[in-house]
Design a protein. Sequence first.
Length: 278
Amino acid sequence: MTGPAPRVDGNVLEGVSATTLWTLHNRASEAKRSDGVIRDPWAVVLFDAIDYDYRKFGKPNQSHALRAVAFDAAATEYLTEHRRASVVALAEGLQTSFWRLQRNGVTDELTWYSVDLPPVMALREKLLPHDDRIVPLAQSALDRSWMDRVDASDGVFITAEGLLMYLDPDDALSLIRDCAARFPGGRLMFDSAPPWFSKRTVDGKLKLSDRYVTPPMPFGMSPDEAVELAGRIPGVRAARDIATPPGRALFKVLASPVWDRIGVLRRGRPSFTLLEFG
């Protein structure tokens, strides 16, 4: 890492794009703790470099840091076996996964495609270090032209971290379907909001503070509905529910598999799903 990054105005991000500042707030706040569940120095750099009223997101918690840990573990597993694979980070936002995986020793030979809208990519370009392995693509994840850029000859791992829930359900499923058709042998990991949570956001009732209401998340799935995509979408040969890593205190308790024995609690929790393409 180099010296301090130039400070920039985070208010250039609006709507769903601004949610990347919410997740950054949670992840960087966790990374700053001596007992934090994630080591993420570049998240701290971004957080400190962006002028923004983070307090409107309320008190930070462990949720997005634990999500990042889960995605890192799945990506590391794949890249350990496919050293020259392509990683496609759809709607990457201000995620800093590449540098965390670099610390895991699995990025030496990969190609990393970073996909997001132009205002987000402009922030990344200003604040994060250049690396020849990273291919920036300033476009919507729904613009399928990114698929034409990806070298799939040595495998593909696609992340949709914090993306699909903000899409129309038909768009979300269509994106999965097209990825399965285009990248046989690859994998895609995504996270889901449960249906009750999705409904609250669509109704405008999920307030993080008196100054911030989360954008609608119209695509909601239970863990079992997500796993059933293996039988619904051609080319998806397997689907796995990925357990949330244990955090501290309440987040450690909530990560216990015992809660999944109670149907209403299993259906009502958020989930991480790993799809394998045939």
